[in-house]
Structure formats: structure tokens, C-alpha cells
Design a protein around this ligand. Structure first.
Ligand code: 5RP
Length: 228
């Protein structure tokens, strides 16, 4: 089974959590996109009645393309479930997210969801956060350099994320920059998450500690669920 098939298998498993009348937070990235496509198919073919709350323009466009009615966050009384991918998952189900630069809206929506379901292929499982992935940090543009220097206190280096098909830095959907921070070691993910957000000019960071309820892992041996 290749990685894309693993992601798709995890997305298919997540559909089992969706019921009629639910409001569903729609994540960003390639794995979340599989889920949105499969959810759209159920809406079109089975008449499933759900509302999606997108975490990014990517998920918004995909939801519209797939016939999923959407709500903005301020139109929804509650969010039943949210489904999204991740860049790393540790044994306590803490996450690093934000490769797609959508971490702030992802965290707002996933924090508010009744159940937050994470979809990954088995290559995303790590013994300690930061083993492979950098921690994305969304920052106010004018403060990027000051914050990059500040982050060195945590025994980390931070790099301004540059755009691929645009000159200059990546600009998020909130008009901010992204720093990618590499830590020598992240000891306590929750403490680090909270501490990073106390630096003036930091909007949000990509450590999602203590927030995932279920992680669905697609692997060579099939799909398994990890629960807190
Ligand atoms: C976007 C994210 C993504 O969910 C995360 O990067 C995983 O992406 P993919 O499923 O493409 O590997 O946090 O901001």
C-alpha cells in the first residue's frame, strides 16, 4: 500500500464518525482533502445532511466543488466533529500541524469541536514531537525577525518560510508570516505550546497538545484507531 492509499484509507474510516445534521470542521492538506472528497460523495449520493466549516481556502474550495454546504465559524452554534491531518503525532497524541500554513484557523475550529479526529499515514508517528517536522509559528509580519531571535532562547532556530510560486515570504490567510522553528528537543509539548504563544507578535503555533480525541492511522497492515 502506498502512502496516498494509507491516507485515503484513514479518511474513509473517519466517515464512520459522521452523522446526519452534524457540523463538521474541514481540515487542510492532502489527507484532509481525501476526507472532504469522500464526505462530498456521501452528500451527493446518499443525501447526507451536513454542514462543513472550512479551515482554509483550500478546504473551502474543495467543499464547494464537492457539494458540501458550508458555514463560517460565526454562523455555527456548535461544531460536532473536526477532521484534519497532521505532520507528526507522538505517543500521547500530541501533534505538530501547519505545513499548509493554516494552523491558526485549524486550531480555533478543532479546539471548539466536540470530537477532533486526526488522519495520518503511519510515517507521521514519532516517539517525540519535533523529531522530523519543524514547528510552524504564525507571526505578525513586522515582528518576524524579533520573534525568530526570541525563539533561540528555546534552543531552536527559526526560518522565515518562503513562497514557492510567489516572490518573497508565504503570507497566510490572516495576512501574517510563518516561521518554521526547529527545536533541539521539545520536552513538554503543552508547556512549549503555551510558552511560544506568550511571545508578543506570535499569533499561534503548530503544537496541538492535548486536543486530538482520536487518531486514525493508515498503514501497511490496515487502519487502526488510537484514542486518548
Ligand atoms: C495544514 C496542516 C496539514 O493538516 C498537515 O500539514 C498534514 O498535511 P498532509 O495531510 O498533506 O500531510 O496542518 O496546515
Amino acid at each position: 500500500m502506498d502512502v496516498e492509499a494509507m491516507k485515503r484509507a484513514a479518511a474513509k474510516e473517519a466517515l464512520k464518525f459522521v452523522e446526519d445534521e452534524m457540523v463538521v470542521g474541514l481540515g487542510t492538506g492532502s489527507t484532509a482533502s481525501y476526507f472532504i472528497e469522500l464526505l462530498g460523495r456521501r452528500v451527493r449520493e446518499e443525501g447526507l445532511e451536513v454542514y462543513g466549516i472550512p479551515t482554509s481556502y483550500q478546504s473551502r474550495l474543495l467543499a464547494i466543488e464537492n457539494g458540501i454546504p458550508i458555514l463560517s465559524l460565526d454562523q455555527a452554534d456548535a461544531i460536532d466533529i473536526a477532521v484534519d491531518g497532521a505532520d507528526e503525532v507522538d505517543p500521547e497524541l500530541n501533534l505538530i500541524k501547519g505545513r499548509g500554513a493554516a494552523l491558526t484557523m485549524e486550531k480555533i475550529i478543532e479546539y471548539r469541536a466536540g470530537t477532533f479526529i486526526v488522519l495520518v499515514d503511519e510515517g507521521k508517528l514519532v516517539s517525540r514531537l519535533g523529531e522530523r517536522a519543524a514547528v510552524p509559528i504564525e507571526v505578525i509580519p513586522a515582528a518576524w525577525r524579533a520573534i525568530a531571535e526570541e525563539i533561540e532562547i528555546f534552543n531552536a532556530t527559526a526560518e522565515l518560510r518562503m513562497a514557492k510560486n510567489k516572490d518573497g515570504p508565504v503570507v497566510t490567510e490572516n495576512g501574517n508570516f510563518i516561521l518554521d522553528a526547529r527545536f533541539a528537543r521539545i520536552e513538554g509539548p503543552l508547556d512549549m505550546e503555551v510558552e511560544l504563544n506568550t511571545i508578543p507578535g506570535v499569533v499561534e503555533n503548530g503544537i496541538f497538545a492535548d486536543i486530538a480525541d482520536v487518531v486514525i492511522v493508515g498503514g501497511k497492515e490496515g487502519v487502526k484507531r488510537l484514542e486518548r
